[in-house]
Design a protein around this ligand. Structure first.
Ligand SMILES: *Cc1c(COP(=O)(O)O)cnc(C)c1O
Length: 386
């Protein structure tokens, strides 16, 4: 992570690959220009849309971090990465299966855009495991996994699902944003195409939107060609910031993990709290799978306010000073979000008493965060009384 993607020919005498701002790339002569068109090689100057050393270096680093990978494409957001990865492997008449725990924009993309393209989407129980093969039809060509789900944190049996998919000739795509390749080696666990909202932990500082898709030999050319045809490119400034974030990914993740675990254990001891939806807790569906397959846990989890309602939950969140209220996660600052997963379910029922809160645990002192949450509970309890 520290050395990944840092080729001397790209960095020169400095440590980080400089920001190459460019649309036009200049050739020395016509013969060289013609050669560039013909070869369409990675890591070669051509035109701004194909990137420059700033983007190549970041993409290379992400490839290096994913054992078994042939290459990585970068996209201007995580959603763009999901959309383009699906388009690269689907055609009209096909069907894609999505886990019922999928990130909502993945669902709406499949339900609206892919539907218009003549591609149908069906949803499956995230905990289905190897029984996934009972859901496959002749038309099924791709399957989307998200493990753990980013609201409800079910850990999927990725190796079993991907093995069944492989046997049926179905391509598997995993949204690996929560774990990143540091905590879950997607391709080694049987995934064909690994997707990251780099906006979250790769960037890590809440100041850049980016997506990345990494795959092995079989799908690499298709993925790359589709991204090029759709004109996907990230700015060199954003690539620079993402690469800078990447250098500290390991230490940040370790701290997110430790702080989130400390806070989750403290929450578990509170009388107001029921289930802790965190893969490292036995309350979490798939906890045993997490223990088997993952190298760690990151800083995002949810918990149940057993007797809470919409109003008392708002009182809890509004009382917090250190936790911002907002979307996204994976940055250095903590966030709290009211979540209502039942709204996004079609294949399974989501039932839990009370209400849920999702926390992104940032890099603040965890004791300060706990004091802040304790204050939230005071407001929550007063709101529940009246
Ligand atoms: C945020 C997120 C995305 C989308 O990333 P953007 O960069 O915000 O478009 C995709 N998947 C998951 C699980 C996410 O949390």
């Amino acid at each position: 992570m520290v050395t990944a993607g840092r080729q001397k020919s790209w960095t020169g005498a400095v440590v980080n690959p400089p920001v190459w701002r460019a649309s036009t790339h200049l050739y020395n002569n016509v013969a060289e220009l013609r050669e560039g068109v013909k070869s369409n090689e990675d890591g070669r100057f051509f035109y701004g849309r194909r990137g420059s050393p700033t983007q190549w270096s970041l993409a290379d680093a992400l490839t290096e971090m994913e054992p078994g990978a042939a290459g990585t494409m970068l996209y201007p957001s995580g959603v763009a990465a999901i959309a383009c990865a699906m388009l690269a492997v689907l055609k009209p008449g096909d069907e894609i299966l999505l886990t019922d725990s999928s990130y909502d924009p993945s669902r709406s993309y499949a339900d609206a855009f892919l539907k218009r393209m003549g591609i149908t989407a069906r949803y499956y129980d995230p905990m289905i495991g190897s029984a996934i093969n009972t859901v496959f039809t002749e038309k099924t060509k791709a399957i989307l996994l998200e493990s753990p789900g980013s609201l409800t944190f079910e850990v999927q049996d990725v190796p079993a699902i991907c093995q069944a998919a492989k046997e049926a000739g179905i391509v598997s795509l995993l949204d690996n944003t929560w774990a990143t390749s540091r905590f879950f080696a997607a391709l080694e666990n049987g995934v064909d195409i690994s997707i990251l909202a780099a906006t979250k932990y790769i960037v890590g500082h809440s100041d850049v939107m980016m997506g990345a898709v990494t795959t092995h030999d079989k799908y690499w050319t298709r993925l790359r060609r589709t991204a090029q045809q759709l004109g996907q490119v990230v700015s060199p400034d954003d690539a620079y910031l993402a690469a800078r974030g990447l250098r500290t990914l390991e230490v940040r993740l370790k701290q997110h993990e430790a702080s989130a675990l400390q806070i989750a254990h403290w929450l578990k001891s509170r009388p107001e709290v029921g289930a802790i939806l965190h893969p490292a807790f036995s309350d979490c569906p798939g906890h045993e799978i997490w223990k088997r397959d993952f190298k760690g846990s990151s800083g995002l989890f949810s918990f149940q306010l057993t007797n809470g309602d919409e109003e008392s939950r708002a009182a809890f969140i509004d009382a917090l000073d250190l936790f911002g209220i907002g979307y996204s996660w994976g940055g250095f600052e903590s966030l709290a979000l009211p979540i209502d997963p039942a709204k996004y379910r079609t294949a399974t029922d989501w039932r839990m008493d009370g209400v849920l809160v999702r926390l992104n645990i940032g890099l603040e002192d965890p004791d300060d965060l706990i004091a802040d949450l304790a204050k939230g509970f005071e407001h929550y309890n007063s709101a529940n009384k009246c």
